[in-house]
Design a protein around this ligand. Structure first.
Ligand SMILES: CSC[C@H]1O[C@H](OP(=O)(O)O)[C@H](O)[C@@H]1O
Length: 353
């Protein structure tokens, strides 16, 4: 059973409010682009692929209700620009916006407003189906690559944040690799970090693993290096919010130090991400904008203060792992590539951002 973070049918969209997990399973209606913007900004829905999916589906819901009137192109452009501004580091929403806008402008040359709305809705629904299919390929490619490198019957993985059904179109990226290993009967255990301050690991990844009977152990972020030394970790597999041309990768804060520790312990470090999380328009990680989130997300949990009042806070939501530390490879729906191979592998698959 994979958890449904998103429920969509023509004209209707609901999201699982991830701020309430694991204690409450509550779905909320998304009736407009603004509803989606607020859900993404507040992280009721999160995860680079899921952000793009919810953003675009909210547009489809409004278009089905006739939004944009006689000028749907302007409505579409303004909506996509607004949605892209919600969270700046993950590239998926910006990529989808760029590609959808190009499509809509081309279609508007030969279609009336009603036909254009239908055509754009179909484009969005096709994108959802493609993302679902791509996720499964990532899981399978990643599992095969990791298994090819180990003589042992089963493997132990360490992962960070949440990259499963709650962050994607369903199967997951890094957690999709774990799912594939588990389905193959080759997963001994996955260690998941709690991932402060939003606790994607303890609240979301642990929730998915327990729901599916995946053998998982929760650790604090500070236990990761000791776990790599003591627990015979086969590979570290994480997700991505933006992989750039040289393979540098922005991902949940804490990923960089995991990569350093993996290097020290001689453990292969993998990034799992669809090609839609890649941005070849940026040369290196220095060019990636890192979202800084509100201090309260670090100084309190469920509204309960856990830090000294008045303390200064720095709360970057992501950090950048240099490509030199991504020693296992970048796992995509097209295969597993070394960072140095990525640009060639993706050129032609990706439209320029
Ligand atoms: C496949 S999800 C990718 C990525 O998104 C997460 O960030 P957030 O929870 O802030 O949206 C995390 O960095 C995952 O690795």
């Amino acid at each position: 059973m994979t958890l449904e973070s998103i429920r969509y049918r023509a004209g209707s969209l609901q999201i699982l409010n991830q701020l309430l997990l694991p204690h409450q399973t509550t779905y909320e209606e998304i009736r407009s682009v603004q509803d989606a913007y607020e859900a993404i900004k507040s992280m009721k829905v999160r995860g680079a692929p899921a952000i793009a999916i919810v953003g675009c589906l909210s547009l489809a819901v409004e278009l089905r209700a006739g939004a944009g009137g006689d000028d749907p192109v302007t409505f579409i452009r303004e909506s996509l620009c607004h949605l892209t501004s919600a969270r700046p580091t993950a590239v998926n929403m910006g990529r989808a916006a760029r590609e959808l806008m190009e499509f809509a402008e081309n279609e508007s040359m030969e279609k009336n407003s009603e036909q254009l709305r239908e055509s754009v809705i179909s484009w969005i629904e096709d994108m959802l189906e493609r993302d679902v299919n791509d996720n499964k390929k990532i899981g399978n490619y990643g599992a095969q690559h990791i298994l090819s490198g180990v003589p042992r019957d089963s493997v132990t993985i360490l992962t960070h944040c949440n990259t499963g059904s709650l962050a994607t179109a369903g199967y997951g990226t890094a957690l999709g690799v774990v799912r594939s290993l588990h389905t193959l009967g080759r997963l001994k255990r996955v260690y998941c970090t709690e991932t402060r301050p939003y606790n994607q690991g303890s609240r979301l990844t642990a929730y998915e693993a327990v729901a599916e009977g995946i053998p998982a152990t929760l650790i604090t972020d500070s236990m990761a290096a000791l776990t790599m030394r003591e627990m015979n970790i086969t590979a570290v597999v994480v997700g991505a919010d933006r992989v750039v041309a040289n393979g540098d990768t922005a991902n949940k804060v804490g990923t960089y130090q995991l990569a350093i520790s993996a290097k020290h312990h001689g453990i292969p470090f993998y990034v799992a991400a669809p090609s839609t999380s890649c941005d070849l328009s940026l040369e290196s990680g220095r060019d990636i904008i890192i979202e800084v989130r509100p201090p309260e997300e670090l100084t309190s949990i469920n509204g309960i203060p856990i830090a000294a009042p008045g303390i200064e806070v720095w709360n970057p939501a992501f950090d950048v792992t240099p490509h030199q530390l991504i020693t296992g490879g970048i796992i995509t729906e097209l295969g597993v590539f070394l960072p140095s191979e990525l640009q060639a592998a993706l050129t032609g698959r990706l439209t320029a951002l």
